[in-house]
Design a protein around this ligand. Structure first.
Ligand code: HEM
Length: 253
């Protein structure tokens, strides 16, 4: 019996509970700050329908893979959970590859990201800080790259484990630990990601409904975001507090 077989499940569950506790303490101590996203005055397109659909399929397949993986861990030989895990895992990997090609240009680091990182995005201070951020802030960029890299490890180790299963040979202990460790890290990061969009930056989840945000929200959260204004649609003037005005071209908010 290896350490993984004896304590793997308990360690994973403890880490997940610990991360939820840390986030709960963060919320109690710091709460929510900055401009919150509500359903009014949302005129700037942040995500297209395709981007939202892709994100949501990725979110769903990740959730199914994580839950079925946990079931699998505790109840060996659960065929349904095993099948769901394999299918959702492959779909999660595939949507992650598409996400890379679709989004990578927006996630390259810029010099101003350093300041955001030095202040840890203002998440550990009581007062609201105005920090430089493009369409995505430095924290979102790090999250993006991790969620592009981790599926590669998960798929490679997952295929290895699958082959051991169908050939009825013993799974390599190291591969098992890498697979479970990577999955646990990914789950903790996604729990953090959900916390940020639902609680720490209240209302951000609304952008997944129609892909639009308000001028105020964009100015407050992503001051260096350059917006491509569709000619016929209302647009935003740089640093303007006013309502949308007729568009000209690309503006920086
Ligand atoms: C399951 C529940 C999830 C919720 C509620 C959620 C929510 C959101 C929201 C509201 C945004 C837009 C943030 C913004 O506009 O600033 C977003 C963006 C994003 N989501 Fe999710 N998400 C979830 C799951 C996932 C999963 C599983 C992944 C990938 C592993 C993921 C990857 C991303 C990435 C890369 C972005 C763009 C960068 C960022 O905002 O961090 N999301 N998500």
């Amino acid at each position: 019996m290896t350490i993984y077989e004896n304590f793997g499940g308990a360690i994973i569950i403890s880490l997940l509970i610990l991360s939820v506790l840390v986030l709960a303490i963060h919320y109690i101590k710091r709460g929510t700050k900055g401009v919150q996203l509500d359903d009014s005055n949302n005129v700037i397109e942040r995500f297209t329908r395709f981007e939202r659909t892709l994100h949501n399929i990725r979110a769903l397949t990740f959730t199914i893979a994580a839950i079925s993986g946990l079931v699998f861990l505790f109840i060996e030989g659960t065929v349904a959970a095993g099948m769901m895990h394999n299918i959702s895992g492959i779909l999660f990997f595939t949507t992650s590859v598409i996400t890379f090609f679709l989004w990578h240009k927006s996630f390259w680091f810029k010099p101003y990201d350093k300041s955001w990182l030095q202040h840890l995005g203002g998440y550990l201070t009581k007062q609201s800080l105005s920090l430089p951020a493009g369409k995505f802030n430095a924290g979102q960029k790090i999250f993006f790259w991790i969620t592009i890299l981790l599926p590669i490890f998960l798929l490679a180790t997952g295929i290895n484990l699958f082959i051991s299963r169908i050939t009825e040979t013993e799974a390599d202990g190291t591969i098992l630990i890498i697979h479970a460790g990577t999955a646990t890290l990914a789950t903790i990061l996604v729990v953090g990601h959900i916390y940020l969009s639902l609680w720490a930056n209240k209302g951000t989840w609304r952008v997944l409904k129609n892909g639009k945000v308000s001028v105020k929200w964009a100015q407050s959260n992503h001051p260096n975001w350059e917006i491509e204004n569709p000619k016929s649609k209302p647009s935003i003037k740089a640093n303007s507090k006013s309502k949308p005005k007729p568009s000209k071209n690309r503006v920086s908010i």
